[in-house]
Design a protein around this ligand. Structure first.
Ligand code: ATP
Length: 599
């Protein structure tokens, strides 16, 4: 799985091959180049400064050559160690970060509704924002993120390995015994760091889960603030939030403690750190010099190697741990990105041409995943231009039929036919583009009235928008708004239920649809507004195929036919008078509503 996740994310570099290659080369060279430093100093000391048996002119010649080599070395080192990783590295980081979040977001948007229902909106937000970035934009250079996994970790791996190999070769040349110290050091350090990181990763994974829950709770409370305020439950909601925060804080403390004692400071710095390691090697070399088996040049070389050999070893271990840490958010992102939407266009699916508005359900059965059958062999045929109302007891599946019509879900068996062609076999966008939808509650996007109506057709001219406004009987409201069509609606909190629905009707009308789908457009308004709205709907839908759900029957009797839906399937289809004769369910519904309105 580790390899699969890594390969999945590493392909994000494929658009930046040249820059990634440059990073790779500079990363691989930076380690060995640093070690050359020691070699130059050894020559400087042994063959120039301390080579008293050579003539001074020759010694000075070697000395100047070494100085020249140091200057060249320095420039090269700065280039591979600082300039390239700095400039190119940042570029890669930013580009990959944005590619990654964009793809994650797009991927989530493509997933079907069922997937979204399984996760809270706050969790989605956390997964997109935090798992990819692990913080805000200024934090993206930090370790242990998916981005560092893609742009940094693996290159540093190579750098460290190349540095290690060159260091070992040089060490061997000077004195193999030091290798034994290295061995001892590794035997203790690797398992210690490995254990601490495993522990840390587990806590981090838990912490991310708690954090994502915090996001979900935060969003849930703010979204339901109106309800909380009106129920007087603000205190309870706040306590729920504080509990989440506290849990979050406790996890954080655990994480920091592990980091302090084991990962960053105590264990590594003071017990297995450079200080002790360097001292031991230094003493060994000093003894070598006193015995005459080593030179001063060897001492400088060993000292540089010792500090540098220690560096790739601990860096290598750090790298493995960093890699593992990056894998935590990476595996969470992979979890989402490796899912595939169940509902999508088939390859090379043809488009729908201009629709006539004929729609049919051909023996359609459906149940939500893991649930009982909701629609049982539903069969009906609607002719172009016909207006049909769906009625039936609550839970019979009326809205479910509309969800299938919008292909938010797909039938388990049977077919939905549009102009005689299977909906599932055609490009869904070419169908949706020709449909005007009004939902129970029109979602108002953050923007102006104009922008909100243009969600129906972003290319609609202002004249067309004004026409839709007039048809939806919104003109008065627009005129009274401070900036007319440009009036900012926020998230629509200042609009009445009826006004929202009229914006929804205008949004549907602007598309000049071939078919209207209206799922209880008057569900959230009072009886007076309902009558007014349905009057508008009756007017604008004339001559266009219209499918509408309504709880109340009287105001929608303008339709051509009604479909009576029961949990057993379609009980009857007909006009009001016909249904009163043939449909027992319709008789009950009608009787109920007559009694209620007579009250
Ligand atoms: P109402 O008149 O009350 O709006 P309806 O006839 O429109 O009812 P639907 O909303 O289609 O009924 O729901 C039919 C059944 O499907 C209900 O039992 C409902 O609980 C269930 N249901 C609806 N949406 C889902 C979902 N996303 N997952 C699982 N079950 C669902």
């Amino acid at each position: 799985n580790f390899v699969k996740i890594f390969l999945f994310f590493i392909r994000y570099l494929k658009n930046y091959k040249l820059k990634a290659g440059l990073m790779l080369i500079s990363g691989t060279l930076s380690g060995p180049i640093w070690l050359l430093n020691g070699l130059i100093f050894k020559i400087l000391l042994d063959d120039a400064v301390l080579a008293t048996d050579l003539p001074i002119a020759e010694r000075m010649h070697i000395f100047y050559l070494c100085l020249g080599a140091i200057v060249v070395w320095y420039l090269l080192y700065i280039m591979v160690k600082e300039v390239i990783p700095g400039l190119v590295g940042w570029y890669l980081h930013i580009r990959v970060a944005l590619d990654l979040t964009r793809n994650m977001y797009l991927h989530e948007m493509k997933m079907e509704l069922e997937f979204h229902h399984k996760r809270a909106i706050g969790e989605h937000m956390y997964r997109t924002a935090e798992d990819a970035f692990s913080g805000d934009m200024t934090d993206i250079m930090q370790d242990g993120t998916v981005i560092s996994l893609i742009t940094e970790d693996w290159m540093q791996f190579l750098a460290v390995i190349s540095q290690f190999i060159v260091a070992v070769l040089l060490f061997w040349k000077v004195d193999p015994i030091v290798g034994i110290f290295v061995g001892c050091y590794l035997v203790v350090k690797i398992p210690a760091v490995h254990m601490a990181t495993t522990w840390g990763n587990r806590i981090e994974l838990e912490w991310r889960e708690v954090n994502q829950e915090r996001f979900a709770v935060e969003r849930d409370i703010i979204a339901g603030l109106k309800t909380h305020k009106s129920l007087g439950t603000i205190g309870r909601a706040f306590r729920r939030y504080v509990l989440m925060l506290r849990e979050n804080q406790e996890m954080f403390f655990k994480l920091v403690t592990i980091k302090f004692w084991f990962l960053n400071n105590f264990l590594l710095k003071f017990i297995l750190g450079t200080l002790m390691w360097e001292r031991v090697i230094k003493i060994y070399v000093l003894v070598g010099i006193m015995r005459g088996t080593m030179t001063f040049g060897d001492m400088v070389l060993v000292q540089i190697l010792a500090s540098q050999l220690q560096a790739p070893i601990s860096k290598f271990i750090d790298m493995v741990q960093k890699f593992r840490k990056s894998m935590v958010p990476a595996s969470r992102m992979y979890e989402t990105m490796s899912l595939h939407p169940n509902i999508k266009d088939k390859a090379f699916a043809p488009r729908f041409g201009s629709l006539s508005g004929r729609i049919a359900f051909d023996n359609v059965s459906f149940g939500y995943s893991g649930g009982p059958i909701i629609l049982n062999n539903v069969d009906f045929d609607i002719k172009p231009g016909e207006r049909i109302a769906f009625v039936g007891p609550s839970g019979a599946g009326k809205s479910t039929i509309f969800k299938l019509l919008l292909r938010l879900y797909e039938p388990a068996t049977g077919r939905i036919l549009v102009d005689g062609k299977s909906l599932a076999d055609h490009r869904i966008k070419s169908y949706l583009n020709q449909i005007g939808v009004v939902m129970q509650q029109t979602h108002i996007f953050s923007g102006s009235i104009l922008e909100n109506i243009r969600f129906g057709d972003m290319y609609a001219s202002e004249k067309e928008v004004r026409w839709a406004v007039e048809q939806a009987e919104l003109s008065e409201m627009v005129e009274e708004s401070p900036a007319g069509l440009e009036t900012f609606l926020g998230e629509g909190t200042k609009l009445s239920g009826g006004q929202k629905q009229r914006i929804g009707i205008a949004r549907a009308l602007i598309r000049k649809p071939k078919m209207f789908i209206m799922d209880e457009p008057t569900a959230h308004v009072d009886v007076i507004v309902e009558t007014q709205l349905l009057h508008t709907i009756e007017k604008v839908t004339r001559g266009t195929t219209t499918l509408i759900i309504s709880h109340r029957i009287t105001p929608i009797l303008f339709v051509d036919k009604l479909v009576v839906l029961t949990p057993g399937g379609v009980e009857a289809v007909g006009t009001h008078d016909e249904l009163l004769k043939i449909s027992p369910t319709y008789q009950v519904l009608w009787e109920q509503q007559r009694r209620e309105s007579g009250k």
